[in-house]
Design a protein around this ligand. Sequence first.
Ligand SMILES: C[S@@+](CC[C@H](N)C(=O)[O-])C[C@H]1O[C@@H](n2cnc3c(N)ncnc32)[C@H](O)[C@@H]1O
Length: 412
Amino acid sequence: MRDLAKQSVNTLEAARQLRLALNELERNPSAYRNSEAAALYVRAALGSLTSQAVQQSARGKQSPIVPPIKQSELDTLILNPLPFDTSAAERFDPVQLALDLIRLVNGSGGIVEQTYLYLDEPSAADWLSVCSTESFTESYRKTRPVGAVAAEVAQLVGELPLDINALGPGDGKSEVALIGQLRDLLPVSEMRLHLLDISHSLLVAACNLAVRTFQDRHINVLALCGDFHKLHLYEPLLAGANAHTRRRLYTLLGYTLSNLDNELGFFDSLAACTAPGDLCLVDLQTAVASPDQPDEIKAKDSLFNTAPPRAYADWLTGPIRRYGGDVLEVTLEQELCTECSVPGSYEINLIAHVELVTGQRKGFVVGRFKRHDPTRLAEALRARGWSVESVRLYGEPTGKGAALMLLRRAPA
Ligand SMILES: C[S@@+](CC[C@H](N)C(=O)[O-])C[C@H]1O[C@@H](n2cnc3c(N)ncnc32)[C@H](O)[C@@H]1O
């Protein structure tokens, strides 16, 4: 346990150093106009701390399961878990992610994959502001049929102890609401909650909320700072040796699925980590019209009818404004794309048009918002080995079309 605490402190210290470095870059942007200089500064700030933490992690000593966390211990129990048996290229490397982002926004344009929208603390703070906007809470969270889906999950889980693997929990409110229902239906003593988020700050927020909410019920909580595109790296999240002795419920809530570049690929990777019978709960936003009716989509989809609210615009453009050199102005525009891999779906991309002080212009896709036809998505997922247990439509009072979909890994 002492070893574990020591490794965690090193990882935490590395995260603190990164935070300080990024703060410094923000405070003094003119000194780091050149992206290479900025990158070097972040690297130097992290120095040996990161490699020390990674080397210790790579020795693979820590126990995957952590006992219930006391409030005062939270900071030291956020783990950046060890990649085991993996090549260096596969490792989760938050510093490299930060450097890639800086390089990207200083390049000639491109796609900011959604992972990069949560990396630094200002991004996490902006995301928390989005979560607290009325439209987000009222239309997305309050109307989600969590009680009904929890009852269904409890029935499918039966007698097996449950691991809830929350992928990208953000502020944790969606996931905690779900577990609040589940804990009245299933024995909690053997329930484990694994939180996996790319953002250290959001992970702390979610972990704090979970511990505060469930402190009287002894749910084991493990917080992992990592990348859900590399799920196979995180042993506690894999069926592995527990394939037949525990059931796993993976959650991807908050419409994260709608933001992914390749949602079918995500389910393929997830399938490789699960055992038959494991469950996955996702929410999604529904299509207002068929992709072959672009005019109808533009007329009916609320993302086209109104400019993105201020909180969204700040969040989406934040990385460009903070790390892009010589940025004069950033404006957002919606673009419809109807050539998507899931039949019946379309996506609305938010393009950031960037004007530099030199007059140069460039563009980045900073937001990807997919809309699915739940029936067609279910067909695509069935063909990939997922059985669709239920689809619950919701969000009607405010006109938002959303669906909560419960999937089960089919026998091979
Ligand atoms: C749209 S938010 C959803 C948050 C929350 N589940 C909710 O219901 O509001 C996406 C979350 O996924 C996390 N995330 C994004 N990309 C990730 C990645 N590649 N690996 C792990 N977490 C990621 C973000 O930090 C954020 O917490």
